[in-house]
Ligand binder design. Structure first.
Ligand code: MNH
Length: 461
């Protein structure tokens, strides 16, 4: 793409470009710093690679027009193909397996399916409260939210129990996954010794991918042996054909989808819950408001499926947390033909740009003079209606948007509702939000002491 008219930070150097001040461990946060004050579009250059970022509402509205642009599988996402192959997230839209899998798996996220997952989600939430009821010290929020979401996708999607709450350390799948994601992300790094220091060896990476693959192969094998009627993700993949052609997914693709869904199905939701809890502990009056809603709507009953969507305020807390820190922090778009973006920036067919969501979600022309302020009322229906449609995109856009959105929201509202209703949280007032980046964002080092409220519900383990 012709970048001559696009601003960048002053001080770009020959050869290395904008490398100084860039951080490999926190690429998103370093992009936010680099782009501050540069306006709706800017570039960063690393050696021969120049990346265009688009963060302003008008240009993003254009990019989200599916007739002119589509998902770009590049940089980070392309590298993930070493782990997830042509799974839904990493597939090119033109690969036949993308639509095939999309159409076969869509029913796993219908309202009817969500109803079936509810009891599993509740069961896992009870394992969290059982652990927190007996916690003797502070708990690491991101680690426990990861236990919750990994366990939920494992059981609801695959009938597989990771046993996360019975383990002191993360499940080996998670450890391997985190390293493999970091390795993939750092494969773009041009300096081999830096890459090795941060990401480990190629042999380690091969071993990590094998750990993940072996686990999903075991799960798939077990289901093939045992059969059964389950219409969960795995059941659909193994037995369903395409609604029109009857074509089925091949075994390699099923494995890629299984890895994709276990990874995509828990990392992001876990981060969203962690940020939501972080902001609630910083804003006791909002925590009180959320809690009052849960008490009023659920009372002492165990939440039924239909009770979850009634927590409108709890949902807004999550929406607002995902505005400031959308845990999938961006997406990439490519031009479907030669065109001019914003009437100013010529693009050739296939040229791509990245949308850093935390920057779009802070565009002051949309969110007002204090976009950093955590305010769930921004998601009151009247306020939402006043905003441009493309202003808030934590689940991506178009046909390649998140297929698991309803799953994530049901799970997260349910879990957050249960947590705020059952506990008071003592958080370290000195804690300053520190965000760890892998593929997704998470608060790092954020702990709370959960204490059961006087008036906790009958929801016991
Ligand atoms: Mn999810 C795609 C965000 C939860 C499975 N997800 C995306 C994209 C975003 C995203 C953004 C689009 C990426 C891109 O354009 O390159 N997802 C989230 C967030 C949460 C989330 C913020 C939770 C909060 N995602 C989930 C859950 C599942 C899931 C839960 C599965 C159960 N997501 C996917 C899959 C894709 C995806 C699969 C790829 C869909 C496709 O391209 O067809």
């Amino acid at each position: 793409m012709d970048t001559t008219a696009i601003p960048h930070r002053p001080g770009r150097l020959p050869v290395v470009g904008d490398l100084l001040g860039a951080s490999l461990r926190t690429p998103l946060q370093s992009t936010m710093r680099a782009g501050a004050g540069l306006g709706p579009i800017f570039t960063r250059k690393f050696f021969g690679l120049e990346i265009v970022f688009v963060a302003g509402i008008d240009l993003v509205t254009e990019l989200n027009d599916e007739t002119r642009f589509g998902k770009h599988v590049g940089l980070g996402v392309e590298r993930l193909r070493a782990v997830a192959g042509d799974g839904l997230f990493t597939a090119h839209t033109r690969e036949p397996n993308w639509r095939l899998a999309h159409d076969i798996l869509q029913p796993a996220f219908s309202a009817e399916s969500m109803r079936r997952y509810h009891s599993t989600m509740l069961e896992v939430a009870r394992e969290l409260t059982a652990a927190w009821d007996h916690a003797t010290g502070p708990v690491d929020v991101a680690a426990d939210m990861t236990r919750l979401t990994l366990e939920t996708i494992g059981r609801a999607g695959f009938g597989y129990r990771f046993g996360s709450f019975e383990r002191a350390e993360p499940h080996p799948f998670v450890t391997a996954m985190i390293r493999a994601l970091r390795y993939a992300q750092l494969e773009n790094v041009k300096l081999p010794f830096v890459r090795r220091a941060l990401a480990g060896s190629a042999a380690q990476n091969q071993a990590d991918i094998a750990t993940m693959t072996n686990l999903v192969d075991e799960v798939i094998e077990a289901r093939r042996r045992e059969g059964g009627e389950a219409r969960d993700l795995l059941g659909l993949m193994l037995t369903e054909g395409h609604p029109e052609t009857g074509e089925q997914l091949d075994p390699v693709n099923i494995r890629n989808q299984a890895i994709t869904f276990v990874v995509a199905g828990h990392e992001t939701t876990s981060g969203a819950l962690s940020f939501a809890l972080y902001y609630l502990t910083r804003h006791p009056e909002l925590l009180e408001k959320a809690r009052a809603e849960v008490d009023a709507v659920w009372g002492d009953r165990e939440p039924a499926f239909g009770d979850v969507a009634k927590l409108r305020y709890v949902r807004r807390v999550l929406d607002e947390a995902m505005r400031l820190w959308p845990t999938a922090p961006g997406y990439s778009r490519e031009a479907r033909e030669d065109l001019v973006l914003g009437g100013k920036y010529p693009m050739r067919k296939g040229d791509s740009v990245i949308v850093p969501l935390p920057m779009l979600h802070r565009d002051p022309t949309v969110w007002g003079p204090d976009p950093e302020k955590f305010d769930p009322d921004r998601f009151e229906p009247a306020a939402v209606r006043k905003r441009p449609a493309q202003a808030y995109k934590p689940f991506g856009t178009g046909e390649r948007a998140c297929i698991g959105r309803q799953f994530a929201l049901h799970e997260a509202v349910l879990a957050l509702g249960i947590m705020v209703q059952r506990y008071d949280f003592e958080a370290d007032p000195a804690y300053e939000l520190k965000i760890a980046e892998s593929l997704t964002l998470k608060p790092s080092g954020f702990t709370v002491r959960p204490r059961i409220r006087e008036r906790a519900t009958a929801l016991t383990a």
